[in-house]
Design a protein around this ligand. Sequence first.
Ligand code: GLU
Length: 551
Amino acid sequence: MTNKELADLIFPEITKTIEDYEKMYPERELREGAKVTRYAPSPTGFMHIGNFMSSTISYLLAKKSDGVFFLRNEDTDQSREVEGAVEHIRHILEHYGLNPDEYEYRDTDTSKGAYGPYIQSERKEIYHAFVKHLIEIGRAYPCFCSKEELDKTHEEQEKNKIRTGYHGRYARCRKLSIEEAAEKIRNGESYVIRFKSMGDFDVKFPFEDLVKGKVELPENDMDVPIMKASTGLPTYHFAHLVDDHLMRTTHVVRGEEWLPSVPLHVELFKTFGFKAPKYIHIPLIMKKDGDSVRKISKRKDPEALMEYYEKAGYPIEAVIESIMTIINSNFEEWRTGHPDEDFTEFEFSPKKMSSSGAFYDLDKLDNISKNIISKKKASVLYDELLEWASKYDGEFANLLKKYPEYTVEILNIEREQKKPRKDFANYSDVKGKIWYMYDELFDIWTKKREFQSVDDIDLIRQITKVYFEKYYDSADDKEVWFNKIKDLSQEFGFAREVKEYKENPESFKGHVGDVSTVLRIAITKESMTPDLYEIMRLLGKDRMIKRISEI
Ligand code: GLU
């Protein structure tokens, strides 16, 4: 019996050859240097910040070179599939504008691109043709070892301090004759197909990773499973080979946990006579935890998952910018010189990526975000807030809808100026900072009123009453308004100027700042607010009088 006959026995229905597929998926017609990249998630969970980082890099590489960025759903491990993961991944990409040029969405029955199917479970036939070829050339074989047998071998290896795995003399089924293997298959024994490796663990295998530079690892000598007969689906290693070859991927950007698999992957590519793609293995994402630095963790750190940023209401640009700063060390410098350019104009360089671990910092994101939000037009911020609140804060959304123009004016306080206020890090920050401008919230939110240096409540009642009876006039400009607060201070025995008070503290009850604080707290219940003049102008006299009457 020949290998070819064994291959026909296993895959009787597969008639297409590798050459047929080469013709069906020819080299892409792109300009010289164009990069073909992909994001290839397994739908086994929600998107992690590391996944986001690799998809951002893949997107950038393709965009910058007039190449192609495609999305491939790696759903071969169907037992681990998480419901909603596919839709979630797609949503995150769309939300951040990392739209793939080629994709396939089962739920909406839409697809784009000539290199599909882009869902691995729909590519069985293709994989089978490739596995069949390997069996024909004697580089793959069926293995009938049961889980129990493999576990036993594993234990034995551990006990004898031997490298664990299916290699060398432990690769038992490698030694079966073709006839023996065929017999077992005819008898209906269950099996997997394993790759017949030619590597030698004692020989070094050098390769180039675009981030880490020259890497040397032992050659691969493991006969890894490439397909399970029960599901007919390939393992990741094999699917990577077939898909990235046929989809003509030029650059594979993936987590560094795959680095040790490169010798195997390159061996697979070589066995077929294909050119392996270039590899960009991205580092782990680290965070500060007290005094130490550790890997960011899905379990411990909510910010490890991409859904966090959307819920908290970080603007899209802020999240992208913060990721870009950990992608390349020179991004911030580039940004200073190119403040208004789209991030896709930035030239990503794998060499400028940290190879040991990318340090991620939420405070930094907050700073970036505050800056970005401070530069938005109030009306734009209003629209974004409304969109966010409609999803995550119904109470706030209702207020925003009820008072559109008024809210834009509130958001505009200290905005259109050289140094705008930077007090919102995200959309979920906003309500807690402008709540007192809405009577609906003012009436129900009880904040502790701290009048600081003036603690005589009767005096406070008098100051506020006199202020509105005698001084406040909505027609006043800011200067007149402030002078009146000084007059009010004087009337009640407070210094008109802080300086005056400091020179002679015994002669005064306090100074103009204390009186302003009294007014501020009486009107807003907050001791720190932006421009009080603007706040008063927007609230209007009647609403303020009502508020002070309740002190
Ligand atoms: N499906 C693999 C994963 O989610 C993809 C790795 C790759 O990008 O090749 O880890």
